[in-house]
Design a protein around this ligand. Sequence first.
Ligand code: ADP
Ligand code: RBF
Ligand code: MG
Length: 165
Amino acid sequence: MSIKINPDRPLLVGPEKPHEPFPFALEGTVVKGYGRGSKQLGIPTANLSDEAIATMASGLETGVYYGWTQIGERGSTVYPMVMSLGWNPYFKNEQRSAEVHIIHEFPDDFYGISIRVLVLGFIRPEQNYPNLDALITDIRTDIEVAKQSLARTHYTELKEHGLFA
Ligand code: ADP
Ligand code: RBF
Ligand code: MG
């Protein structure tokens, strides 16, 4: 597993304060995906149910986003996240998917649980890659982008958004 990040990419992405269509809120359920997130990439992704994908398809382009997320009960801990919305060209998926990597280590899986996502910024379009290592390097970089970009005041304060209360 590679832990490289791409030194040529900026780590601060988006304006000082989120603006339309952000913050973009969605709720759904964690469903079974294709079973290759954690195994192949070392980056597990909570795949969202079709209703949540439909909500987003109406308001967001495909691509990679950052924001905050919460699983299970309202009022519980809010974590930073990166989300891929799209067709996963590297794996040649035929259906649109939305996958959230929560930037936190969990001891167990949480399939079937409710998930709330507040999308705050666009990072980049989806890309195809020559190999898996290149994909992982870009996802590792996305995680750094999310951490740095969310550390700004107008992003941090949105952890208290009504979606999570
Ligand atoms: P699948 O293809 O079924 O989505 P993954 O390999 O992508 O399988 O693993 C995703 C599952 O791992 C999630 O549904 C969740 O239950 C669990 N998981 C554990 N830690 C995390 C995390 N930090 N972010 C997202 N999912 C996690
Ligand atoms: N898949 C792609 O084919 N191209 C991408 O650019 C891409 N970017 C991603 C960015 C993030 C932050 C995450 C979590 C996933 C991304 N994926 C991308 C999806 C990846 O292929 C997916 O996690 C695997 O299909 C495993 O489920
Ligand atoms: Mg997954």
